[in-house]
Write a protein that binds this ligand. Structure first.
Ligand code: HEM
Ligand code: FPP
Length: 305
């Protein structure tokens, strides 16, 4: 792989693509203090996206740096630039720092301080709190660490409005509850990797059966949490339809995973989780802009004056 390809690999491009997709949708879901739709300025969209993307890429590069010992031991990650020695730790450190600093400059000077601060906490939350500490400390690592990965729609929202709205926190909550079934499905498939590297992921510490039940529990919780945008008046019937159909699909996978038909089923569940989140957010967006708010149902959130 070319040097450019190696650096690109450090940024976890596919994961970060979905993070940024959710952030951009967060921008286009923003409402003002009166609950009216806000059309974001091109300035907020371009620089907000750039800043959030650079910060996520920086966090991903720091994760490569801190996890190099673990990555070398796992089949899934053994090809990574640091694991193979194609890049040096110093190169990765400088790259991660440059991305992080540029992202902060963009957000502080071209977006707003609130988004910069929240993005900074997300970067530290993933790169330091999750990677350097939680990942090695507890099987609840990805549940708690999931808060950082769940932040992007909220960051997109604040990039546009410069204020935090309960609706934005609802979007964070959706990704937060989605993360455990997303990750544990993969961890079941890769349990040998994690046990070889002695990372205390749930299937290693508590076994695969226990993890399957946890996936089902979080998938039920996710089904309930994804109804919130409808019942708080943030979204309408188009979204409700999408959330119920997608959620029923996820439940089908989670229930089947208790007695999987084949070895690959956990991986299929993991792949579904990614399609699920992408399409769910597309439904939020479509619902927000395609339907006249007057015919939306549900209860509209009334801000406190
Ligand atoms: C703490 C939270 C999370 C953990 C522990 C986690 C874990 C993982 C792992 C281990 C992979 C496999 C990566 C690879 O093989 O390269 C993965 C893939 C992926 N994750 Fe997550 N994830 C988390 C949160 C998220 C979030 C918040 C998003 C997006 C909103 C996301 C989107 C994706 C995507 C799109 C892939 C597929 C990448 C590919 O095809 O290579 N993840 N995740
Ligand atoms: C600023 C901001 C929004 C930051 C969020 C950063 C970010 C890239 C979150 C995604 C979460 C993720 C890929 C976790 C996997 O880490 P892992 O170490 O468990 O997986 P690995 O073994 O594939 O490295």
């Amino acid at each position: 792989m070319s040097a450019l390809g190696q650096y690109l690999e450090l940024t976890k491009p596919r994961v970060v693509a979905l993070l940024v997709f959710c952030a951009v949708i967060g921008m286009f879901l923003a409402v003002d203090a009166n609950g009216q739709r806000v059309l974001p300025t091109w300035h907020a969209v371009v620089f907000g996206t750039l800043g959030i993307w650079l910060a996520s890429a920086s966090a991903a590069a720091f994760n490569h740096l801190i996890d190099q010992r673990i990555d070398k031991l796992m089949a899934r990650t053994s090809h990574r630039p640091l694991a193979t020695g194609q890049l040096t730790p110093m190169q990765v450190f400088v790259f991660a720092m440059v991305l992080g600093i540029v992202s902060m400059l963009v957000l502080v000077f071209l977006v707003n301080m609130l988004t910069a601060v929240l993005t900074f906490f997300s970067l530290i939350g993933y790169a330091v709190i999750y990677t350097a500490y939680l990942k090695r400390a507890t099987p609840q690592n990805i549940v708690i660490g999931g808060i950082a990965g769940a932040a992007p729609p909220m960051l997109g929202w604040t990039a546009v409005t410069d204020s935090l709205h309960p609706y934005a926190l609802q979007l964070l909550l959706i990704i937060f509850v989605w993360t455990p079934p997303h990750f544990w499905a993969l961890a079941i498939f890769r349990v040998d990797d994690y046990s070889r590297a002695q990372v205390p992921m749930l299937p290693v510490t508590h076994g695969v059966t226990y993890t399957r039940w946890h996936i089902l529990f979080y998938t039920i919780l996710l089904f309930v949490v994804t109804l919130l945008p409808f019942f708080t008046g943030m979204s309408g019937l188009i979204y409700l339809f999408g959330a119920v159909v997608l959620g029923a699909g996820f439940l089908w996978y989670a229930i089947r995973l208790l007695n999987p038909p084949d070895e690959l089923f956990a991986m299929k569940t993991f792949n579904y989780s990614i399609v699920y989140l992408m399409v769910l957010f597309a439904f939020l967006l479509a619902d927000h802009w395609l339907v006249d708010p007057v015919i939306q149902t549900g209860f509209r959130f009334e801000p406190v004056a």
